[in-house]
Design a protein around this ligand. Structure first.
Ligand SMILES: Cc1cc2nc3c(=O)[nH]c(=O)nc-3n(C[C@H](O)[C@H](O)[C@H](O)COP(=O)(O)OP(=O)(O)OC[C@H]3O[C@@H](n4cnc5c(N)ncnc54)[C@H](O)[C@@H]3O)c2cc1C
Length: 448
């Protein structure tokens, strides 16, 4: 296979010295073995890769970072298309629209937007890919006030499965535009995305932490608390079993704890009044303070570099006392778990389906999202983490919502959407990629 003459970027093959680096995902535990890797440097490189794949009978798997590489499965006879060199970031402060290349990570956008007093609906981690995150939905620290990031997309440049580059928006390829907003990258390869930003520079944000032994008291109080908070508050409760890593802050290093993290888009006195009942529980750590929106990526303490990890999540239709008891029974201090973190994110507000209309996923029909993750340096630890995640899923089964959320699903999963959305996504796939050339992490088959 040689189409290197057409490329501005690079083709890397198994005998090349940098093969192992080129095929590596952000999730280091995922052993990607594609037929070849292309580092695309231009949209034309993506077109050339798609045409070459067609001729060779191969598939193409676009990948920004590999944060959600685990569900891709076998990449046998697939070209891994790395978009990391598509690094354009431009912001129009008048229209408040950002245009970003497919390889851009969130920190680049939040930093650039903050220069204009603007914020983006970024996720918790600085190095997650903007495009992969947004195509899958995008639950940000402003999710309850602004809804999913995908529904702020206004246009995309997309390479289709026939190798052509098209502009996709409300007037051009409207069905594909609908599918891209929450339905994942199933029917086209995005080379650039344009989306709305919002005027905001600072919020009240922070974490309260207690020893893990206090989890029942703290999470019961948080569960009651979220019933009354305004949509300006997006929060989560989590169980953390932290390793003694030097880059963790000293009071947390090597400790097991229960924590509440929140962003309150409210004036400080109002946020303080809201937080009072949680502070009354005597946290040993309280980091709430006025925080620049471009610093919010520090709040969740996500690793800023690739790690070997395995995780998975699900949506919960509610969290009544029985569900919370099941969660505490599985994840509380009495258990010796291989999970670094298990969290419950409060949904609702502008995440309710239809509240911010737009694409294939116009909200999450659930009250909470649960996500658990463990560090997995070897295959045995991957199996141990998956076993516990299976137990947790079973324990929470009675409260699992009928639909799922792509971004928090790190294993193959049957169903994310209501049946009519799945059928419409299938029709888009049939129209744009009938031979299933594009290999997405959460695929939609062209046929039933
Ligand atoms: C540490 C961490 C923190 C996270 N925090 C959040 C959070 O706060 N909120 C949230 O909603 N999610 C969060 N996620 C989940 C994250 O949004 C998903 O893993 C997402 O898929 C990552 O996108 P990516 O491009 O970085 O990953 P990748 O693995 O590169 O991409 C995932 C998939 O997206 C598709 N895709 C990527 N690029 C393209 C493209 N150019 N064209 C077409 N399809 C494409 C492909 O199907 C690909 O397999 C987090 C994940 C991690 C590991």
């Amino acid at each position: 296979m040689d189409f290197t003459g057409d490329l501005h970027g690079r083709l890397v093959l198994p005998h090349d010295p940098d093969w192992h680096t080129a095929r590596m995902a952000w999730q280091l535990a995922v052993d990607q073995r594609p037929a070849a890797v292309v580092h695309a440097a231009t949209a034309q490189d993506v077109c050339a890769t798609v045409l070459a794949a067609q001729q060779l009978g191969l598939r193409v798997a676009p990948q920004g970072t590999g944060h959600n590489a685990a569900p891709l499965g076998s990449l046998h006879r697939t070209i891994l298309l790395r978009t990391d060199r598509l690094g354009e970031v431009s912001i129009d402060p008048l229209t408040r629209i950002a245009r970003v290349g497919a390889g851009v990570r969130w920190a680049q956008v939040t930093d650039e937007a903050s220069k204009y007093g603007l914020m983006a609906l970024a996720g918790s981690a600085a190095d997650v890919g903007v495009v992969g995150y947004t195509l899958g939905g995008g639950v940000s620290w402003f999710a309850r006030s602004h809804g999913l990031a995908s529904n702020q997309v206004v246009a995309a440049d997309v390479v289709l499965a026939d190798g052509t580059l098209v502009r996709v928006d409300a007037d051009n390829h409207p069905e594909l535009f609908w599918a891209l907003r929450g339905g994942g990258g199933v029917a086209g390869i995005v080379t650039a995305l344009e989306f709305r930003l919002f005027p905001k520079t600072e919020v009240q944000a922070g974490m309260l932490a207690w020893p893990l032994e206090q989890a029942a008291t703290v999470l019961t109080a948080w569960r009651r608390w979220v019933d009354d908070v305004p949509d300006a508050v997006t929060s989560l409760g989590r169980m953390l079993r932290l390793p003694p890593l030097p880059d963790l802050p000293e009071p947390l290093r090597g400790r097991s704890l229960v924590a509440i993290e929140a962003v309150c888009d409210l004036p400080a006195p109002q946020a303080d009044a809201l937080l009072a009942p949680l502070r009354d529980l005597g946290p040993f750590l309280d980091t709430f303070a006025p925080t620049a929106v471009s610093d919010l990526h520090l709040l969740h303490m996500d690793p800023p570099y690739p790690v070997p990890a395995a995780g998975d999540g699900l949506l919960l239709s509610g969290l009544p006392s029985g569900a919370l008891a099941a969660f505490l029974g599985m994840t509380g201090a009495g258990r010796d778990l291989p999970l670094l973190s298990v969290e419950l994110r409060h949904l609702g507000g502008a995440l309710r389906p239809g509240a911010v209309p737009g694409g294939a996923v116009d909200g999450l029909d659930a009250e909470f999202a649960m996500f658990g993750v463990g560090i997995t340096p070897d295959a045995t630890s991957v199996a141990a983490v998956h076993e516990v995640l299976d137990e947790l899923r079973e324990a929470m089964g009675p409260w699992e919502a009928a639909t799922g959320y792509r971004n928090f699903a790190e294993r193959s999963r049957g169903r994310f959407d209501p049946a009519e959305v799945t059928e419409r996504l299938r029709a888009v796939k049939r129209a744009y990629d009938p031979h299933d050339l594009i290999h997405a992490n959460h695929p939609v088959a062209p046929e039933r």
